[in-house]
Write a protein that binds this ligand. Structure first.
Ligand code: ADE
Length: 273
């Protein structure tokens, strides 16, 4: 029987997690190059944990430059079974206010300058991402965040944009009014797709920092506004992470949603004789 190993990929403002036993930053090499940074490993409440700062400590990788394939591959090599993304986002909904968490369940991928697959050139595979996040893992995030007193919205569509500039007003209105997006960020894609290809359960917790640029009473988004909200959000994010081990069995069971068997019906290339 395999052990559960929970990885947290921390976005802007989250560069470590506290309270780990036997904490150690480890270097992991992958065929896709180096991950964003060393990975913090340890145990929390008897469960194996890993933490990867998505932008690197010191925030050195832009959303386009984050080595998404190396990050997911490095986590897989460490034996990770469950990946939780915690990242900042803008909101397209009045009710999803700065300081709230949105447990994302759908994505619109508008990124265009990133490597998006482990497959191709010799081994072709098409995994399904119709349901890109794992409900079991999302349940745990929701429960833990609610017990930490955080206002949580369960379900939401995350528009992943390339950046690094924020959206124009016309884009912001189009995503909100016509595309049905609820939140916007720059990093969850292709991360979620790659996690599925790696047969890892993936949940995304988007921490609202701003109303992007559509909101008539909030003006345009800027980094100082994001940082101010992030400081509070980062503490809440860490509180949510602390509650996760108690909700996820230390002994790994098969994912009831088949995230860990995503390749079973996905590979087209004939096996080599
Ligand atoms: N991250 C945080 N706020 C954002 C926004 N408004 N657009 C894109 N990424 C963001």
């Amino acid at each position: 029987m395999r052990n559960t190993k929970i990885a947290v990929i921390g976005g802007s403002g989250i560069y470590d997690i506290d309270g780990l036993d036997a904490a150690e930053w480890v270097s992991v090499d992958t065929p896709w190059g180096a991950p964003s940074d060393q990975i913090l490993t340890g145990r929390l409440g008897g469960v194996d944990m890993a933490f990867l700062p998505r932008h690197g400590r010191g925030h050195v990788h832009s959303p386009t430059e984050v080595p998404y394939r190396a990050n997911i591959d490095a986590l897989k090599r460490l034996g990770v079974t469950d990946v939780i993304s915690v990242s900042a986002c803008g909101s397209f909904r009045e009710a999803m206010a700065p300081g709230h968490f949105v447990i994302v369940d759908q994505f619109i991928d508008r990124t265009f300058a990133r490597e998006k697959s482990f497959f191709g050139t010799g081994c072709v595979a098409h995994v399904s991402v119709a349901h890109p996040t794992c409900p079991r893992l999302s349940d745990a995030c929701e429960t833990s965040a609610r017990s930490a007193g955080i206002t949580v919205h369960r379900g939401g569509t995350y528009l992943a944009m390339e950046g690094p500039q924020f959206s124009t007003l016309a884009e912001s209105k189009m995503y909100r009014e016509h595309w049905g997006a609820d939140v916007i960020g720059m990093t969850n894609m292709p991360e979620a797709k790659l996690a599925r290809e790696a047969e890892l359960c993936y949940a995304s917790v988007a921490m609202v920092t701003d109303y992007d640029s559509w909101h008539p009473e909030h003006g345009e988004v800027d980094v100082s506004q994001i940082i101010a909200t992030l400081m509070g959000n980062a503490d809440k994010g860490r509180a949510m992470v602390k509650g996760l081990p108690a909700l996820l069995n230390a002994e790994r069971v098969d994912c009831p949603h088949s995230c860990d068997r995503a390749l079973e019906n996905a590979i087209l290339t004939a096996p080599q004789a």
